[in-house]
Design a protein around this ligand. Sequence first.
Ligand code: NAD
Length: 496
Amino acid sequence: MYKIHNYIDGQIVEPNSDKYLTITNPATGEIQGNVINSNKYDFEKLITSSKNAFNLWSQETPLRRSRILSNFKNLIEKNLEELAQIISREHGKTFEDAKGSVTRGLEVVEFACGIPHLLKGDFSQNVGRNIDSWSVRQPIGITAGITPFNFPAMVPMWMFPISIACGNSFILKPSEKDPSCANKLAELFTEAGLPNGVLNIIHGDKSVVDNLIEAEDIKSISFVGSTPVAKYIYREAANYGKRVQSLGGAKNHLLVMPDANLDQAVDGIIGAAYGSAGERCMAVSVAIAIGNIGDALVDSINSKAQTLKVAPWTDNEANLGPLISKEHKEKVENYITIGENEGAKLILDGRNYNIQGYENGFFVGPTLFDNVKKEMQIYKEEIFGPVLCVLRVENYEEALKLVNEHAFGNGTSIYTSDGDVSRHFTTNCKIGMVGINVPIPVPMAFHSFGGWKQSLYGDHSMHGMEGVRFFTNLKTMTSRWPKSITKGPEFKIPTN
Ligand code: NAD
């Protein structure tokens, strides 16, 4: 049993609060640790530290900030295995998955190392006669991020490297379900030379989130999590005059045209639907079989899904691990029951999945529904587990309509060898991230990550230039260059 406390001013601090939340091992169902649920005195300490840090850090040159980020990048690389172990132990995902997720976060640090270039600004000469105009981006102040359980390193790293590179201080409130990774990242950043207080970690539940929203000194909130909470954060934080980027849930559709390379499509679907036990906001949870490809698609997914190994992260051969909690396992299993009752054809049932020695773990096996209809609850709602719904439609037009009429708009993908259809799809789908013959079109760090509709509330996506814009205030100067009336003949300017 271990205890996780706040990381403030470059160190772990003793809390004032005496309330703790439990951290469970998803593979065994046992409580393995506790995390502090911070109170208002812990919060006050946090704000003082973040405020002092901002005053100094915002004066630091972008080049020096970049050098510290570069040291941080090297330390993450050096500690990649340890970070991945911390993630797998609390989240339950496979070790390879955990390592991959740290690497995706690391790429944002690499992007942020280019901050001197990214903050260069614009210049226009002669906007009027002898008048020039230029723009700069300046830090906004104390910024805060609230993150979900499913990517304890990657999602926070979508936010804090860029905010800090831009000259802000950053407060992270990680998920209470897997909080340890955040502290380790903060320790490594301190070791890299980041001044104390520039990155602080506060732990807790909704009460801490509400403190962040209400704090006058905090200028922006970045959120990633479920849609109901994303909506709440967007509304409340805007009400307190904050800048907000609030990313919500998803129901990502993958279209399979009759001319698709079926093996490639099925391999893509298997990884995207069942990898990370479906607990990914870019997971494929809906496959749309177009035309006559339905039977072959369902048969192939079914046979490949049955070969997947569901096991704890300590098993090197595991393809997927457990779900995050008992409540979440029950929720996912309940959706499977709902799907049956709604009349969808249950091809593969992942309920009551037992692994010897891990009988109390939160495992759900790969699940496959065929003949799902758009009116069904299992189609409309986010399940966030290893459950794939197959819908059959006659043509591409019908499939596009399904994609566009769905409430979520995070990611989508199409498998086809037809350039015409692909181009129509990328142009006309109402979705933020689109793949052509790739299953999970997650943008790289130098592009930006974000969905449409109920998958994102706010004006800016995460990382890439969108991140730089979100974490800076734009200032534009206009200057007429005066002639000094006191200067002598040595200032004479030649006339053309
Ligand atoms: P969640 O919304 O339950 O929690 C996210 C964060 O909000 C946590 O830090 C939690 O402590 C806090 N929180 C929870 N309830 C709250 C409340 N009522 N008021 C204020 N704060 C609250 O999400 P989760 O279960 O941790 O993560 C899974 C969800 O995140 C899924 O819906 C998934 O699609 C989504 N997600 C989205 C993206 C994206 O990029 N759009 C990425 C990853 C995860």
